[in-house]
Design a protein around this ligand. Structure first.
Ligand code: ZN
Length: 256
């Protein structure tokens, strides 16, 4: 329910507590109360509601990304308690010097030193998102039929959508054949990319400029009235704040 009505996590906890109270008054249901989790995150896990994501180590200066594994990327060991902190080795172009920004900070966690990243970037995996949306009843039919009808255009008639553009129709695949037609049993998808900055504190920033830069993948196979609905757009991720990355750095993040 919290997912459907966009209730914050705290609201979800109250909702679950309410359900437990309600069950308490129903005869014969008391034994089920223990099965109701207290934390909505447990529900997300059990029902696989959370998006599938990958986390990257993000350079605070040039926004270069590199794979990050919280379990293994921790160079502090008993044998080597004070290792050199790895610096960012990214070069914007081949002739440039390495960025050399610190990527990690050393912290004492439960009495032992460990490195934690200055910044991380979490990316939703597009394939998994697509798999999930295709499993929604009726969606596959919509995504298949709309491009076919939208690409039909009479001579001289104005283009109503990107699908009737000659450039899109003539896109070819690696085999040199029209890409979007594809084989009968294959799905072909056309995406656009959107990015925008938003204030994560809903304009309550007390005169400080705080920006998160979000990245979205828009599935153009949806008809226009469904295309930009919240549940039909893939939120790829947000560049970590508090400042927005320079435009070159955004590209840096996206190519990683
Ligand atoms: Zn860097």
């Amino acid at each position: 329910m919290t997912e459907l009505f966009y209730v914050p996590r705290r609201g979800g906890s109250v909702l679950l507590a309410g359900l437990r109270d309600a069950l308490n008054t129903v005869p014969g249901q008391k034994k089920n109360i223990a099965n109701l989790p207290k934390d909505p995150r447990t529900v997300y896990r059990q029902l696989h509601l959370d998006p599938v994501t990958e986390t990257y180590l993000c350079c605070p200066k040039c926004w270069a990304l590199q794979p990050y594994n919280a379990e293994t990327d921790n160079p502090v060991t008993k044998e080597n308690p004070d290792p050199l902190i790895p610096l960012c080795q990214e070069r914007l172009t081949e002739g440039d010097a390495a960025c050399e920004e610190e990527l990690w900070k050393k912290e004492i966690v439960r009495g032992s030193p460990r490195f934690t990243p200055h910044l991380t970037y979490v990316q939703q995996l597009l394939k998994n998102w697509l798999g999930r949306i295709l499993s929604r009843p009726g969606i596959e039919d919509i995504l298949e039929t709309y491009p076919k009808t939208a690409s039909q255009r009479e001579e001289g008639e104005a283009m109503s959508d990107i699908w009737s553009s000659p450039t899109i129709k003539n896109l070819t695949g690696p085999d040199g054949k029209p890409f979007l037609e594809g084989a009968e049993e294959e799905g072909r998808f056309l995406w656009s990319f959107a990015t925008d900055g938003f204030n994560p504190f809903h304009n309550k920033e007390a005169k400080q400029v705080v920006t998160s830069t979000g990245f979205w993948a828009i599935l153009l196979n949806f008809p226009t009235h469904l295309r930009y609905l919240f549940e039909n757009m893939c939120f790829l991720g947000a560049a970590p704040g508090p400042n927005s990355p320079a435009s070159g750095a955004i590209i840096h993040s996206l190519t990683s």
